[in-house]
Design a binder for this molecule. Structure first.
Ligand code: FES
Ligand code: FES
Length: 162
């Protein structure tokens, strides 16, 4: 099959690339763009490690082809921090609340939590569990993750809304 030209905006920068039609978005981000914070766990839509924002919506990069995002805006975990490297509120909360163990699932959780809190800024614990139910942590570090999302929302006791 013939390669196809795509034009995307990733983490605030425009790119054009010629890609094979079967190249997944995850492999495109990792191999072509060097954005290896997007992790590949299951590669079939189960674990959520590959979650990125596509025009603001959390999507699984392993389930999309790069050609499908032509003309779109993407944000990966690398794009969430400020330009000077300052951690986003969700990233800082994961660090402060011990929301990561091995860290493999962390980018996906943080991207998912970022979209979730944008849409639901004052979540209950049930909301948080439901909102992150599409992400799996093989270290089973869920308590720290939930505390981190609560902290980022400002609902963890002793935390302050950033
Ligand atoms: S690698 Fe995409 S959902 Fe698991
Ligand atoms: S922190 Fe290890 S997989 Fe989640």
């Amino acid at each position: 099959m013939t390669d196809i030209d795509i034009r995307v905006r990733i983490n605030g920068s425009n790119r054009t690339d010629r890609v094979p039609p079967r190249l997944t978005l995850a492999d495109y981000l990792r191999d072509r763009c060097g954005l290896t914070g997007t992790h590949l766990g299951c590669e079939h839509g189960v674990c959520g490690s590959c979650t990125v924002l596509l025009d603001g919506e959390a999507v699984r990069a392993c389930l999309l082809f790069a050609v499908q995002v032509d003309g779109s805006e993407l944000t990966t975990i690398e794009g969430l921090a400020g330009p000077d490297g300052e951690l986003s509120p969700v990233q800082a909360a994961f660090r402060d609340q011990h929301g990561l163990q091995c860290g493999f699932c962390t980018p996906g959780f943080i991207v998912s939590a970022t979209a979730f809190l944008r849409d639901n800024p004052e979540p209950s614990d049930d909301d948080i569990r439901e909102g992150l139910s599409g992400n799996l942590c093989r270290c089973t570090g869920y308590q720290g993750i939930i505390r981190a999302v609560r902290a980022a929302a400002g609902t963890e006791p002793g935390s302050q809304r950033p």
